[in-house]
Design a protein around this ligand. Structure first.
Ligand code: UDP
Ligand code: G50
Length: 463
């Protein structure tokens, strides 16, 4: 018998927030179960949310072969940073301990053959690991369209800084002839070049160029052109290869108890609209009430996940207090309203679910695409408007661009009409079913099939 092939040992460095942790869990599972890699998973001593610490514990117990490393962060005085967002502050806290990573990795009893770093940590960890002489890849946790903005933004910001014009982004950011990002789609913090998120975004965008490659969990069917442009040097010159590795599929351990699924079992096919704004977006109370009104007016059944606070640890009030007792009474025969962590992929996979009102977090978008569920895009901040455009132009959903994110109230009537339109649009359903079919093909052959050139070859190179 020939010697077994050497096993690459990949260290993964995720960042803060479920939207950043989740793709790392899925990537770790893929590397371990499909690509015969040893995986070291680096976790920080503190997390912002309970959802993060709970899911890390479940992940590690589901994959005992994965080696956890605890990265002890230095104390960080958040009052010195220009942001109040707990997740952005945590990106910063991790970044400021970056110099401690090289000795930690060097001390691993099994030599590390490659490192995969979350994009929000690129600026600090790409330089901090240069002396290890390892291949270093960035995992970009949003859409390829958003990656285009991230890669191009440092140049746009440099022009802005040297300009007399106080509103340099007025006409949007013109990346090339076919890609202009309107000012209204920019994550709001980017309008202030001194904001912590902005300084990080610029520095991370610059450091993409110093990595060996950028991994991205997207769908060829939705972003083929953008991926082509990124790799043809039409976004920025000198970008390393952008390697589609997805859509990454959820792992079994993420599923939880799924009590909502038995309620769905009693509902007709495609009859229920699912509403969720992800793990870190809460709507103001008056908007929650209008959404409730809209759901009742839509005439469709619904499964609604409510979030009242950005960070789950602060979430104390009961569902009734948030949506109102009157609503609960009226909704009894139409829907289920919950305020817990749900098995989102189980819900989206359920045949009763025929539409998804989403904030357009990239994980949610890829999960809905994998399940063939049409979306009503209702972006609330960050990268979500750019992602909403990907949904809309890919024919996977509707987006009312005028629904702002500056706090203007969207009334129940309008919400109800749009949900009705979503649930009754046959064209969207057919297109979503096609995207699902294609996505699952790629998912099955990730690293092979359409993406043959990409991931598998790279992993071979790590051996
Ligand atoms: N999620 C879930 N149950 C919940 C809330 C969120 O499983 O109750 C998962 C969801 O399926 C997705 C992730 O958490 O995988 C949220 O990531 P996304 O990028 O959609 O949004 P973010 O939370 O980062 O804004
Ligand atoms: C959160 C957010 C805005 C935003 C993203 C968020 C992205 C885009 C990728 O997660 O995921 C990205 C984020 C930060 C960074 C570099 C790249 O420094 O509110 O765009």
């Amino acid at each position: 018998m020939s010697d077994p092939k050497p096993q690459p040992h990949v260290a993964l460095l995720p960042s803060s927030g479920m939207g950043h942790l989740t793709p790392f869990f899925r990537l770790a599972a893929l590397l371990t179960t499909k690509y015969n890699c040893r995986v070291t998973f680096i976790t920080t001593s503190q997390t912002v949310s309970l959802a993060e610490s709970n899911s890390i514990a479940s992940f590690l117990s589901a994959f005992p072969e994965i080696i956890p490393i605890n990265f002890n962060l230095l104390p960080f005085d958040s009052t010195t940073a220009n942001s109040t967002d707990p997740f952005f502050l945590q990106f910063e806290a991790i970044s400021r301990s970056a110099h401690l990573i090289a000795p930690l990795l060097a001390s691993s009893s099994l030599p590390v053959s490659a490192l995969i770093i979350d994009v929000t940590l690129a600026a600090s960890f790409v330089p901090a690991t240069a002396d290890l002489h390892l291949p270093r890849y960035i995992l970009f946790t949003s859409s390829a369209k958003m990656l285009s903005l991230c890669a191009y933004f440092p140049a746009a910001a440099a022009v802005s800084e040297s300009s007399e014009d106080s509103d340099i982004f007025r006409d949007g950011i013109c990346i090339n002839d076919s890609l202009v990002i309107p000012k209204s789609w920019l994550p709001l913090p980017l309008l202030d070049l001194t904001n912590l998120f902005t300084t990080q975004f610029i520095a991370n965008g610059e450091k993409l160029l110093h990595s060996d490659g950028i991994l991205i969990s997207t769908l060829d069917d939705l972003e083929r052109d953008t991926l082509g442009e990124l790799n043809a040097g039409k976004i920025v010159n000198g970008l390393p290869p952008v390697i589609p590795i997805g859509p990454l599929t959820p792992c079994d351990f993420e599923r939880g108890n799924g009590t909502q699924l038995s309620w769905l079992d009693d509902q007709a096919e495609n009859s229920v609209v699912y509403i969720s704004f992800g793990s870190r977006t809460s709507l103001p109370r008056n908007q929650i009430r209008e959404l409730g009104d809209g759901l009742l007016k839509s005439g469709h059944k619904f499964l609604w996940v409510i979030k009242d606070m950005k960070v789950d640890k602060d979430d104390e009030d009961g569902v009734e207090e948030i949506v109102g007792y009157e609503f609960i009474e009226k909704a009894k025969d139409y829907g289920l309203v919950v305020k817990t962590w749900v098995d989102q992929f189980g819900i989206l996979s359920h045949p009763a679910v025929g539409g998804f009102v989403t904030h357009c977090g990239w994980n949610s978008v890829t999960e809905a695409a994998l399940c063939g569920v049409p979306m009503l895009a209702w972006p609330q901040g960050g990268d979500q408007r750019v992602n909403a455009k990907v949904i809309e132009s890919g024919g996977m959903g509707l987006w009312v661009e005028s629904w702002g994110w500056g706090g203007e109230l969207v009334k129940g009537n309008e919400i109800g009409m749009k949900i009705k339109e979503l649930m009754e649009d046959e064209g969207l359903r057919v297109r979503a079913a096609h995207v699902k079919k294609e996505a699952r093909k790629v998912g099955k052959h990730v690293g092979g099939g359409a993406h043959k050139l990409g991931f598998l070859e790279i992993i071979e190179g790590w051996k």
